[in-house]
Design a binder for this molecule. Structure first.
Ligand code: PLP
Length: 560
């Protein structure tokens, strides 16, 4: 057992005596001061001892100041430190057994040397009782300690921005987040995203940087690359794209010349704007041809894809969507691409988490390029990623840097590494399975309530609701639901007669609520509120009633 011990001038004599007392009992002590009765600032000594306990350099700590209060307050600011100020041996025994306290604080003026020895003696004998309730409660201490979403330094330097963060924090906690492309990241991902890796410039790639001092960020990027390759079975991974859009553009610029044709899903049928929308660079630089869904079953019309490929001979075919609730048949896309000599890119931004967990067929065996965002079902930081065949590795890397981007966001890449590590763990599969079960439970309950769903239901994390039989547009529905604390987005449905600004539909997704721990019974409850709001959208009292219920409900599911 190794114990770090420290005191201020008020506890100096007691500390000196206790050192001998500890050593006589075979405890290795590390004295971190003070070393005389001269006045010192107790926070400095407490921080030195608590820091070593927090880092695991020592097993425990003992702090002595005049009352023990100041030092225990300081020590408890450190992660994983549980400091207990004890004035009786029983307190020491209980602090060890119930609280798994790892720092003992003593008041040199409050107790005698003999009292202190008795307390330390009991402390050394004490053992944490790991049976259920104590462990659970200690875990809760750790959880609450991590709840420091309060940005203390922003509070001090920029009260206006602090208010923004506080308000958004409250909004995320108190609303039901059903936007299909959003999620709540884990605390580990958030910590990496907020880390000091943001300070580092690292243009280039690991071991080939334009700046020095990159040895540690190189490690972060290598971890992210290797984990991405392992998770998806890819030959090459580029983890630098700042977002999904730049990942897509990098692939286009790698294989297409301005004016070349590519074939992708019609944005109005569920494709993304980077799939050749006229207003997007993809539609301005290249000639985009679009396939859509069939009128009868509202699923991708593969015959139409094959026909269009034959007709337009695109250099690249793009599969993948932003608002499509059915399994995509990548094998079929491969066959079509091969039949016309096209390359295949799959944009799996929405379903990357499902693919990682084996809950949706993987596009990697079929496509030369697979692009994704990392912040949707994959539950990582906001960003993009490209997986590709080895033979395109150099060109893709070169297109991202120096082609499209300068310095990569190393803090985000570190967070991608964390998210990919989490996605490799067994419980990620059950999380993704739950997302789908939740989406299906929500879909069934909405259908039972009389709503029409595009394609009749869902195989993945999202649902597209057709509101055209109700007297409400997608825009009105989304605004009204948000008033009631339920956040979705307006979305065009296939063959929509309304404009993209108005829409006849809303898109609903379950990744975020699943991250909060909600399951099928909660989905039924949520569906009930959605139906109530849509039916009573002009009744402010009814909206306020749902808002109140949503508030009480979300309180039961703290943010991750
Ligand atoms: N691809 C698809 C299918 C998407 O749904 C999205 C975003 O919603 C993107 C690409 C673009 O991602 P980003 O917003 O990170 O540019």
């Amino acid at each position: 057992m190794k114990i770090a011990i420290g005191s201020d001038h008020g506890g100096f004599e007691m500390k000196e005596t206790l050192k001998g007392f500890l050593e006589a009992r075979g405890v290795q002590t590390r004295d971190l001061g003070c070393f005389s009765k001269n006045s010192v600032d107790y926070p400095d000594i407490a921080a030195a001892v608590a820091g070593q306990v927090s880092d695991g350099q020592v097993d425990q700590g003992i702090l002595v100041c005049t009352t023990g209060i100041g030092m225990s307050i300081v020590a408890n600011k450190f992660p994983r430190v549980r400091a207990a100020l004890c004035v009786t041996p029983r307190m020491a025994k209980m602090a060890r057994a119930h609280n798994n306290a790892n720092v003992l604080a003593l008041g040199g003026e409050l107790i005698s040397i003999e009292d202190a020895k008795a307390i330390v003696s009991e402390w050394l004998k004490g053992k944490f009782d790991q049976s259920g309730r104590h462990q659970r409660r200690v875990n809760k201490i750790q959880q609450y300690a991590c709840n420091t979403v309060d940005p203390l330094n922003v509070y001090d330097t920029d009260p206006d921005l602090y208010a923004v963060l506080r308000n958004e924090n409250r909004r995320q906690s108190e609303n039901l987040e059903l936007i299909a492309s959003e999620n709540y990241v884990s605390r580990a991902v958030r910590e990496a995203t907020g880390s000091l890796l943001t300070n580092k410039y690292a243009e280039g790639y690991p071991a080939k940087r334009w700046y020095d001092g990159c040895q540690y960020v190189d490690d972060a990027e290598r971890l992210a690359i290797e984990r991405a390759k392992q998770l998806f079975g890819a030959e090459h991974a580029n983890v630098q794209p700042h977002c999904g859009s730049s990942a897509n553009l990098a692939v286009y610029l790698t294989v297409l010349q301005p004016g070349d044709t590519f074939l992708a899903m019609e944005p109005a049928h569920g494709g993304h704007l980077t799939h050749g929308l006229k207003a997007n660079i993809s539609g301005r630089l290249f000639v985009a041809r679009h396939y859509g869904v069939s009128r009868d079953n509202e699923q991708i019309n593969y015959d139409e894809v094959a026909e269009l490929a034959k007709q337009h001979r695109p250099k690249l075919i793009v599969a993948g969507a932003s608002a499509y609730s059915r399994i995509i048949d990548f094998k079929r896309f491969r066959k079509i691409a091969d039949s016309t000599g096209a390359l295949l890119m799959v944009d799996m931004a929405h379903i990357a988490g499902l693919v990682a967990a084996g809950c949706h067929p993987s596009p990697v065996p079929y496509a030369e390029f697979v692009t994704t965002t990392t912040h949707k079902t994959l539950r990582g930081p906001r960003g993009g990623m490209i997986l590709c065949r080895r033979r395109f590795a150099h060109d893709i890397d070169h297109q991202i840097f120096p082609g499209l981007q300068g310095g990569p966001f190393m803090h985000v890449i570190a967070a991608k590494a964390v998210c990919l590590h989490q996605a490799l763990q067994p419980d990620f599969k059950s999380y993704q399975e739950r997302i789908i079960r939740n989406a299906q439970a929500l879909a069934e309950a909405l259908k039972a309530g009389g709503l029409r769903l595009v394609s009749g239901g869902t195989d993945n994390h999202l649902i597209l609701v057709d509101l055209s039989t109700l007297d409400i547009t997608g825009k009105e529905a989304a605004t009204t639901l948000d008033q009631a604390g339920i956040t979705v987005n307006k979305n065009m449905i296939p063959f929509d007669t309304k404009s993209p600004q108005t829409t006849s539909g809303i898109r609903i997704g379950t990744p975020a609520v699943t991250s909060r721990g909600m399951k099928e019974p909660e989905m039924k409850q949520i569906a009930g509120w959605i139906l109530q709001v849509l039916r009573q959208c002009k009744d402010n009292t009814a909206l306020a009633d749902v808002r109140k219920l949503v508030l009480a409900f979300t309180d039961r599911f703290p943010l991750p």
